[in-house]
Design a protein around this ligand. Structure first.
Ligand code: GTP
Ligand code: MG
Length: 252
């Protein structure tokens, strides 16, 4: 297998349209971070983008983070990429950004190009344009925000409409660290995920709980599908169940 080079997220273009936000983040400042891409910027497996980075990879996939505004998509990505929590006031994402990370999955270098979408309603049409090229979707709700949980069904409808039929999908209940503010029980998340046949776990961008696992599980599934090794058996939910940690536990 030949090795490719991983591209860095580059600021190319982005022009968020004006309009009144309807999400929880309405009225908040908007942030546009370095990895902003063109509408047609797509990464295909085994086809690297032009790169100045020296990190090599074997296969590449596009993963999208979706869900209501303020559920913690940007924080989850920053935690995964940089191992840090974005403390301070909430700055809502404008349009769509991406960050790259190369993971070593059983000896195979898997590059994830992770696209962080804006949850605000006014950017929804921008997000729709990207679904088609996504290999995996991480759909987030916030365990301290019932509306974000109630909106999951609508997000799933949207995903079925715009994403590929065989897209790898995982439901994440984020902010699991916020025990005092929790309004959505873990069992409710589990029930919903079961109903829709989607793997599920709770995460915390603040503590790091299950963050690495969420991305690793998706990378393993994508690598498994891509390589189609008949000797290798991989079941996403089984892997997640085995590896995931509960709230209050020790490891991220
Ligand atoms: N307690 C706690 N707070 C979190 C966690 N993740 C994010 N937050 C907070 O939730 C707020 C929103 O986080 P973001 O990551 O910016 O939310 P987002 O989903 O990217 O929002 P949009 O960009 O508007 O779609 C911020 O104030 C974060 O500090 C978490 O795991 N635990
Ligand atoms: Mg964001």
């Amino acid at each position: 297998m030949s090795r490719k080079k991983a591209a860095k997220g580059k600021a190319v273009t982005n022009s968020p349209s004006a309009g009144s936000p309807t999400g929880k983040g309405a009225g908040k400042a908007a942030r546009s971070s370095p990895g902003i891409v063109q509408m047609n910027g797509v990464v295909h497996p085994s086809r690297p983008s032009i790169s100045s980075s020296s990190e090599f990879y074997d296969i590449a996939f596009k993963v999208m983070l979706v869900g209501d505004s303020s559920v913690g998509k940007t924080c989850l990505l920053v935690r995964f990429k940089d191992g840090a929590f974005l403390a301070g006031s909430f700055i809502s994402t404008v349009g769509i950004d991406f960050r790259n990370k190369v993971l070593n999955i059983d000896g195979v270098k898997v590059k994830l190009q992770i696209w962080d979408t804006a949850g605000q309603e006014r950017f929804r049409s921008v997000t729709h344009a990207y679904y088609r090229d996504a290999h995996a979707l991480l759909l987030l709700y916030d365990v301290t925000n019932k509306t974000s949980f109630d909106n999951i069904q609508a997000w799933l409808t949207e995903i079925h409409e715009y994403a590929q039929q065989d897209v790898v999908l995982m439901l994440l209940g984020n902010k699991a660290d916020a025990t005092h503010d929790r309004v959505v029980k873990r069992e409710d998340g589990e029930r919903l995920a079961k109903e829709f046949g989607v793997p599920f776990m709770e995460t915390s961008a603040r503590s790091g709980l299950n963050v690495e696992l969420a991305f690793t599980a998706v990378a393993k599934e994508l690598k498994h599908r891509s390589i189609k090794d008949p000797t290798e058996k991989f079941k996403l939910q089984e892997y997640v169940n085995k590896e995931m940690k509960g709230v209050g536990c020790c490891r991220s």
